[in-house]
Design a protein. Structure first.
Length: 262
């Protein structure tokens, strides 16, 4: 538990900043909905005739004139990008910062195995990501209550659950990369997250590359997919779970064998 508590303490500022930032964005955007209701019909028509942009952000599937559709279109991308970046930052720094911070020598004299150390780090990462997503969930529900709109609990719950699962997969991928790096590289983690997001956007635009959906975790948390069907695509989720498991397994195998810089 020592390592878990330490990581939660070290990363509490990052969790606080990202949670407050995303919470404010959710509330501000949803507070705009009532003020836009008079002109929302014409805005919806504009959104539906934006060509590639319409398909890219799922504006042809969600009803912009409803609070839930407005949330999915306006907040779907923000939650995905923000959550993905947060998960990448947490994952990419968990193991690599030990060498860059010159604390890795402690592992050579620690009475516990490296696997124990990795497990503690992994649990801490999961707890941080769960905490971030719970805050986003609570603020999302609160935002609907504040503007007096019906809370479609099932739609919101499934969508935000898919966001959590996507965040965990990105964290697992970046955690594996962290096991390789000799120094912390937050920029690389953010870059990986953004790359996955744009791959998902590209796959939404044209059927010629729709199979790209299988390599990006952003597809199964796409609001236009999840909120319309009220279900997470299990096939894509299964592939994501396998990728995450392989990445975690690689982290244990590689980090246990490598020589750490002191």
């Amino acid at each position: 538990m020592t390592f878990i508590k330490h990581e939660l303490y070290v990363n509490k500022k990052t969790l606080l900043i990202w949670s407050v930032l995303m919470g404010v964005v959710i509330l501000v955007m949803m507070l705009l909905f009532p003020t836009m209701q008079d002109s929302i019909g014409s805005i919806s028509d504009i959104y539906k005739n934006m060509g590639i942009m319409t398909s890219m952000f799922g504006m042809d599937k969600l009803d912009f004139t409803t609070a839930t559709g407005f949330y999915g279109i306006e907040m779907g991308a923000m939650l995905s990008i923000g959550g993905g970046m947060f998960a990448a930052i947490i994952g990419i720094s968990m193991l690599s910062k030990e060498e860059s911070g010159h604390t890795s020598e402690y592992l050579y004299v620690m009475p516990k195995s490296r696997s124990y150390f990795i497990t503690q780090k992994l649990i801490a990462a999961v707890l941080l990501i769960v905490a971030y997503n719970l805050i986003c969930f609570v603020v999302s529900i609160l935002s609907f209550a504040v503007i007096g709109e019906e809370i479609l609990f099932k739609k919101l719950s499934i969508f935000l659950l898919s966001e959590l699962l996507m965040n965990l997969q990105i964290c697992a991928i970046c955690f594996a990369i962290s096991a390789i790096l000799h120094k912390n590289n937050v920029g690389l983690g953010i870059g990986i997250s953004v790359l996955f997001y744009f791959i998902s956007m590209l796959a939404n635009v044209t059927d010629k590359v729709e199979n790209l959906h299988y390599i990006t975790p952003y597809y199964y948390c796409d609001a236009a997919v999840v909120m319309v069907k009220e279900a997470i695509p299990l096939g894509h989720l299964g592939i994501g779970a396998v990728i995450a498991a392989v990445c975690i397994g690689f982290s244990y195998v590689f980090y246990n064998k490598r020589d750490l810089t002191i």
